[in-house]
Design a protein around this ligand. Structure first.
Ligand code: MGD
Ligand code: MGD
Ligand code: SF4
Ligand code: MO
Length: 723
């Protein structure tokens, strides 16, 4: 137990032989407060208790959260580095042997230097993830640009938060996922929620959602499926996947038509109203109904409720964002609060359900191909200079912007990228168009994967490095409100596993770039450099010291100085972050999904999550309770559609698209549109739905269209009984 730490370890009154370490869940952006139970005699984590004193979640946790502690001492943990001796077994779990860190490091450095010597600095790449602390995310960006000196770094947030980020940047000039603290949410009069399966994906926000209705307020949900939250909505807008832009434009059309525009707010604090009004003119309920399939009267009712509500919050998630027009969808729904002036005050605003634990912080500090810490831009010479000062390199040494996550696989396939350092992501499950992506990974000359378990992606690696779980290190993450919070260390790393920041510092030394890293001896050292590197950027964390985070139950950025208490509510002064201080009302003509249904592929395939699994499933598929509750994927099909294909519940069918096929059990369910099928994506190898998904990228955010492509089902011949 780390007794020298500044956070208070709590005595466990019920179990005197235990101590409680206050921290947060390892998984989603809710970052529920929890106390990890640590056995004092073994110093091992043995359980969890909710933290009732955590203001955002008040002791609530979901099935993943209550079992998250089982990861730390799991039998499958990687305890030592692995080296692949047999290259012919790439793409399988076989062919690895255990090695010392020294041997693994020597091989990595040797191969990386050989590739860069032959093919140039940019032949190496880094692909990372945001289940890591801000400190690790920050250092990973620095590691790529200063230690490896490559332009090619991007991360899994590109598949997650990039459309929200791009949309908010365009609308507000700043990208903080929520304009208000969620401790306000239940006090609003209307929640308009689009493309979020809130009850399964952000379950511990549900008590606030229900409280809105309990207080007499309203809930509107836009989703092609009747999710648990849609079932209790006052209006369920059951749209066709990929048609949100039409729906949002219709809401704007009706808000304008019904006199719900706050003309003073629009005049003083926004630009672009006329152009926007022109675009939404044709989105009458009748016209919109043709595109979306939603009944006109539902559209009218939804706009009326939102328009009349004194306070309202527009919320959305990947349902609207993982489209090749995701950024447009974000700006279009954001227009709703701008035209009605329902923003920049308590109980009103807009929020995206940030996905990963550090989905907010991880996108602000330099893991994205074009960004530097503090949300600075690589294309802005002043920004580059500011970061170079902290890093101690000359501006000429700063690599140029690279390409987005999916495009990195294209460069691997083309042999422009030859080497990969992959950490904290499992793209061999989670990237779209898996047949292509797996071939790209296989074609690499050399690949390193740092993970806590042997993931499906690690199967493509030449060297696998054992990282630590969130409970074996400390640092900060930024939750879905934009609140910077503290993750505390409850146990020493098991086996020879090491935190990612330490691996990067040690590798930098061996790569001959130690002068820029060797002063970083603890996570706190990284935190202090990171706060400095963010200083002056608009995602300014400088004032968010660990002590202040502890004292205030988290600190909302921007927090510019030690005296600054942080910014729970954005835009209270109605000043937006564009140079003229105004927000942008965006004029966004409708575009259909990249791939529309046709005779050959008449169904719309959409993909997403279930409450029991997390992302690629590499963590949750190993937890017995979660695996038992959801052991395998399935395809949700409407009863009418099932009848048309003559398929039964639990029958295995072939589901296929232009890119690939997979075989799934059918789940016949009325809670889905007849023209749509849904598959959860948490499974690997031949069960992965990403064998079928389309890599159509949003031109602004480079987000793939996970949420809509054209598909077909094929009934399998009945097996002949040979017995
Ligand atoms: N249990 C669980 N919780 C999680 C995660 C997890 O893996 N499992 N992951 C976390 C992460 S990283 C993320 S990003 C979030 C994701 O959280 P969500 O975005 O809520 O989850 P999804 O299931 O991807 O999609 C949400 C909904 O979008 C709907 N949808 C599909 N297509 C469309 C469309 O065209 N328009 C609209 N309006 N809706 C559509 C789907 O039917 C689905 O109900 O969850 C976080 N929380
Ligand atoms: N079809 C479809 N595909 C999707 C989506 C969808 O809705 N539909 N959603 C997309 C979204 S929103 C997301 S966020 C992505 C996520 O996709 P991934 O990035 O693949 O998600 P994870 O499963 O979280 O992968 C994290 C990996 O890092 C490991 N890990 C955990 N903590 C650490 C750590 O501290 N250090 C290291 N080194 N490793 C660690 C885990 O074991 C796991 O193998 O998937 C995307 N893919
Ligand atoms: S809601 Fe999210 S953060 Fe909370 S316990 Fe569940 S997975 Fe963890
Ligand atoms: Mo995500």
């Amino acid at each position: 137990m780390p007794k020298d730490k500044f956070f208070k370890v709590i005595a466990n009154k019920q179990h005197p032989n235990e101590e409680l370490v206050p921290t947060h869940c390892s998984y989603c952006g809710m970052q529920c407060g929890m106390n990890l139970r640590v056995d004092k005699s073994t110093n091992k984590i043995i359980g969890v208790e909710p933290r009732y004193d955590w203001p955002v979640t008040l002791g609530k946790m979901c099935p993943k959260g209550v079992t998250a502690y089982q990861q730390t001492n799991h039998d499958d943990r990687l305890l030592r580095p692995l080296i692949r001796d047999d290259a012919s077994l790439k793409g399988t779990k076989e062919g690895f042997r255990e090695a010392s860190w020294d041997e693994a490091y020597a091989l990595i450095v040797n191969k990386f230097q050989e590739l860069q010597g032959k093919y140039g600095k940019d032949s190496l790449s880094v692909f990372s993830g945001v289940s890591m602390t801000n400190e690790k995310c920050y250092l990973t960006g620095k590691f790529a640009r200063v230690a490896l000196q490559t332009r090619y770094i991007d991360y899994n947030g590109r598949f997650c938060m990039s459309s929200a980020a791009a949309g908010f940047l365009r609308s507000f000039g700043v990208d903080r996922g929520s304009t208000l603290p969620w401790t306000d949410l239940h006090e609003t009069d209307c929640l308009f929620i689009a493309g979020s399966n809130t009850a399964e994906c952000h379950p511990t926000s549900m008590f606030r959602v229900w409280e809105v209705q309990n207080r007499g307020g309203y809930l509107i949900v836009a989703d092609p499926r009747e999710t648990p939250i849609a079932r209790r909505a006052d209006v369920h807008l059951d749209l066709r996947p990929g048609t949100d832009l039409a729906l949002a434009n219709c809401m704007l059309h009706l808000l304008i038509q019904n006199g719900h525009v706050d003309t003073e707010f629009v005049r003083n604090h926004t630009n672009g109203f006329e152009e926007m009004q022109e675009v939404v003119k044709k989105f009458t309920p009748a016209y919109t109904s043709e595109i979306t399939g939603v009944a006109p009267e539902k559209l009218i009712r939804a706009a009326e409720i939102y328009g009349k509500a004194p306070n309202a919050v527009v919320m959305f998630a990947r349902g609207i964002e993982q489209q090749h027009k995701g950024a447009d969808n974000v700006s279009a729904y954001t227009n709703m609060c701008l035209v009605t002036g329902k923003i920049g005050r308590p109980k009103s605003g807009v929020a995206t359900f940030t996905g990963q634990g550090n989905g907010q912080g991880g996108r602000e500090h330099g893991q994205k191909s074009d960004l530097l810490p503090g949300y600075r831009k690589l294309t802005n010479p002043k920004h580059v200079e500011e970061v170079c000062k902290v890093w101690g390199i000359a501006p000429e040494e700063m690599p140029q912007p690279g390409v987005s996550a999916y495009e990195m696989f294209e460069l691997m396939e083309q042999k422009t990228i030859r080497g990969l350092y992959l950490l904290c992501s499992n793209p061999a499950v989670s990237a779209p168009n898996q047949n292509y992506v797996r071939a790209a990974l296989k074609s690499l000359d050399f690949m390193v994967c740092a993970d806590i378990y042997l993931s499906e992606s690690a199967e493509f690696a030449d060297v696998v490095l054992p990282s630590v779980t969130w409970s074996e290190d400390e640092g900060t993450v930024t939750n879905l409100e934009g609140r910077i919070i503290k993750i505390n260390k409850a146990q020493e790393p098991i086996g020879e596993s090491k935190p990612d920041w330490l691996i990067e510092v040690e590798l930098a030394e061996l790569l001959g770039r130690g002068q820029y890293f060797r002063h970083l001896k603890t996570a706190r050292d990284v935190a202090d450099e990171f706060r400095l590197a963010s200083k002056g950027g608009y995602a300014d964390y400088y004032g968010a010291t660990w002590e202040k985070i502890e004292k205030l139950d988290g600190v909302f950025w921007p927090c510019r100085s030690e005296e600054d208490p942080g910014t729970p509510h954005m835009f209270l002064d109605h000043k937006f972050y564009h140079p003229d201080g105004k927000a942008k009302l965006c004029a966004l003509p409708y575009r259909p999904p990249a791939e529309e249904p046709c005779d050959q592929y008449p169904l719309r395939l959409t993909t997403g999550r279930v409450v029991y699994h997390y992302l690629s499933g590499n963590q949750t598929r190993r937890i017995p309770f979660l695996r038992d509750m959801c052991p395998e994927p399935y395809v949700e099909v409407h009863p009418e559609t099932a009848a048309k294909y003559n398929i039964q519940h639990d029958e295995v069918v072939r589901l296929y698209t232009r890119r690939g096929e997979a075989f799934y059990k059918v789940k016949i369910i009325e809670a889905i549109r007849q023209d749509t099928v849904f598959v959860p994506y948490h499974f690997g190898h031949e069960q992965s739905i990403n064998l079928l998904t389309i890599p159509a990228l949003d031109p602004m955010s480079r987000m793939p269209e996970f949420k809509a492509c054209a598909a077909q089902i094929e009934k399998q011949p009945e097996r002949i009984n040979v017995r």
